[in-house]
Ligand binder design. Structure first.
Ligand SMILES: Cc1cc2nc3c(=O)[nH]c(=O)nc-3n(C[C@H](O)[C@H](O)[C@H](O)COP(=O)(O)OP(=O)(O)OC[C@H]3O[C@@H](n4cnc5c(N)ncnc54)[C@H](O)[C@@H]3O)c2cc1C
Length: 435
């Protein structure tokens, strides 16, 4: 018997164990720590499981990562842009409208001004994400960028998504519509001064974030896949035959997978599993035989006729992510698990577009292709999901099970939140506050 059993040694599970310090047993299914923030290396080219930059929003996290990683972490300004009307508009689009061609700028200002009709009364509630987008950005940005881009990345329409997932976060830069005396023009004329700083390991790719915790952990086991949880006996069973009793179970594994391994799950809770929708991410990574000629970390593509939603350039994250004098380029697309996707066609169309954009000069520059498929990519914030999650979490916590993290809570979040989620649950449970 141990006080706390933690399932999953991704960033959330690692942070939980680190902050609990003692009385825990941390079990990971695979042979590696770090979960989705992992990396693979082939012939000197290093790719993360899709790009993984770290945001550090507070001093606690900065001190923590400096302590954990020492010299193997550095910060840099994010260089990213949106490909729009055959131009690269610096990210975030909303702050860099001045870069638009004059005719487009005129359309944008008109749309923004017509949208200001709501005056200073700031709307608090939105029927859907689409409702929010139109309110916040006006028809021009909504129709030309926000709606098509979000439809591509989430794989469902913004009118099928709730608005609360982003209102509680600061992921999407918002303009100042509705604020007193705010006009469209300052956004247009002023150059954005805000710097978007991101952190990354000097060597080894994003997997180093997770690995850096391991010297501080005493009770971590790898190759332990939980396959059954007996809530009455408070016991977890693993595929390798091992089992362990707990007082509190902290799960960071995807919520549907946790629910599926719980013995005698009440039918009311079981019926909610299909409501937990998600999309998957397919990522094709190209190893190039030459250096990149630009500094972009990533580029967004809202266009319907371009198959990828984002390109990213791992060799620009750190020069150690490719052999000396070489570079890399990756494209991601998202898809619903039950949709039929033609991966070969995706890769061929991607190469054609890279050639058209001049990001590839010749197909022979590609010396290797490394595909990465991520089953749980984005959890989908469908309308009504909050009520389903509330019922599930109530059932779990009544049984001393705490499901946390991006896939445990079924939310949109990054590494910085994973660290906070682990820290928060460790503080709560070690103080004996379980509600
Ligand atoms: C395309 C994409 C790009 C992203 N880019 C960024 C970025 O740039 N910056 C950023 O901060 N965040 C980014 N994120 C988000 C980030 O990856 C996650 O927030 C974070 O890694 C989640 O960590 P976690 O520990 O909660 O979950 P996971 O990383 O999923 O960890 C869960 C762990 O549980 C293990 N597990 C699963 N089942 C079992 C079982 N039955 N028994 C035992 N163990 C099990 C898994 O192997 C895994 O190690 C991105 C996400 C995606 C999809």
């Amino acid at each position: 018997m141990v006080k706390f059993v933690i399932l999953g040694a991704g960033m959330t599970g690692l942070s939980t164990a680190y902050h609990l310090k003692k009385n825990y047993f941390l079990a990971e299914k695979t042979k590696n720590v770090g979960g989705l923030a992992g990396s693979i290396e082939i012939k000197g080219y290093l790719f993360d499981y899709a790009e993984h930059f770290l945001r550090i929003p507070n001093k606690y996290l900065e001190d923590l990562f400096k302590k954990l990683m020492g010299d193997n972490i550095f910060s840099q300004e994010l260089v990213s842009a949106i490909y729009f009307k055959k131009k690269y508009i610096p990210y975030p689009f909303q702050e860099n409208i001045r870069e638009l061609p004059p005719i487009e700028l005129e359309k944008y200002e008109k749309s923004l001004k017509s949208n200001l009709k709501s005056g200073d009364q700031r709307k608090q509630e939105f029927e859907s994400f689409e409702d929010f987008i139109y309110y916040q950005y006006g028809g021009y940005i909504a129709n030309e960028f926000m709606i098509p881009y979000n439809e591509k990345i989430w794989s469902i329409k913004p009118n099928e998504m709730n608005a609360s997932w982003f209102l509680s976060s600061n992921f999407i830069p918002v303009s100042n519509i509705g604020k007193k005396n705010k006009q469209a023009s300052p956004t247009v004329n002023e150059r954005s001064k805000k710097k978007h700083i991101r952190w990354y390991p000097v060597k080894g790719g994003s997997q180093e974030f997770g690995k850096s915790f391991t010297p501080f952990l005493n009770h971590l086991v790898l190759n332990h896949e939980a396959i059954r949880v007996d809530v009455e006996k408070k016991e977890v069973f693993f595929k390798n035959g091992f089992s362990i009793n707990y007082e509190d179970l902290i799960s960071t594994i995807p919520l549907p997978e946790l629910l599926n391994i719980i013995n005698n799950l009440p039918s009311e809770i079981r019926s909610l599993i299909p409501k937990l929708k998600y999309n998957s991410v397919y990522c094709i990574n190209f190893c190039l035989n030459r250096k990149l000629e630009h500094k972009y970390h990533w580029l967004y593509f809202p266009q319907k006729d371009i198959p990828f939603s984002r390109l990213f350039f791992s060799s620009n994250f750190s020069k150690n992510n490719a052999p000396t004098g070489k570079g890399s380029c990756s494209a991601i697309m998202t898809y619903l698990p039950d949709s039929k996707i033609n991966l070969e066609r995706f890769e061929e169309e991607t190469i054609q577009i890279l050639l058209e954009l001049g990001l590839l000069k010749n197909e022979t520059e590609i010396v290797d292709r490394i595909p990465i498929n991520i089953k749980y990519g984005f959890t989908l914030p469908t309308i009504g999901i909050e009520n389903h999650l509330k019922k599930i979490m109530e059932f779990l916590s009544n049984n001393n099970i705490y499901s946390i993290g991006r896939y445990g809570e079924w939310k949109y979040s990054g590494i910085e939140h994973a660290i906070e989620d682990g820290r928060n649950i460790a503080t709560r449970l070690s103080r004996g506050i379980s509600n």
